[in-house]
Design a protein around this ligand. Sequence first.
Ligand code: PGA
Length: 240
Amino acid sequence: MNCSVHSDYHQMSEFAANEILSVLAANPKATLCLATGDTPLLTYQLLVEKIIRQKIKISQIHFVGLDEWVGVPHTNPGSCHYFLHKNIFTPLNVNLKNIHLFDALSANLADECKKMNELIDRLQGIDLMLVGIGRNGHIGFNEPGDAENNFAHISQLDPLTIEVGQKYFTETIHLQKGLTLGLAHFYAARKVMMMANGIKKKEIVKKTLEYPISTQVPATLIRKHQNAILIIDKDASGQE
Ligand code: PGA
């Protein structure tokens, strides 16, 4: 794993957007898994601008979802679905056939997971997985203590994830479960980018770098990945 520390949120987002562009340049048929959340938002805005300005062709790029809140409709601005459409797919006019997200309203959630696993196999794996770090160290909805060999599965959300998750919603919402790609997908991704910014992430970034590698703090598992980069700003790094 490499660690890339930047002076501020804007610099780290520029760097991350350029990293994604280099994956697209190397493989115009890449499969990307892009996390939602506050952390990568500016990265995606910069990425969209660059793709449009540089007229980069993305018609053969496939996008797979990382996670989704069970029971939250796609039309809810707090859903991962809504976030990705608003910030990436709509501005880039991505063909719907290249977008593969969890349907967390499905009556058969286990089948949703199975379909996602089969799809990722058909796409021959994930070329780039970009994830944030939850305050408890989760990756997607792989919560502390979850199995390391999971593929897509239904996750029982950790109390901290439920508490912090409220920030994405304007209304009070009942969050209990999520659908998520598993840590087996994380390990198998050909490249991983993990991002964190701000003082609020300082403690978990320190644990990510210093705690024993264990599913108790899933983010520590990045240290086992062969092609991973941790992208952080100065505030999250703890540097003065
Ligand atoms: P955030 O979420 O980017 O909104 O801080 C990170 C995460 O929970 O993975």
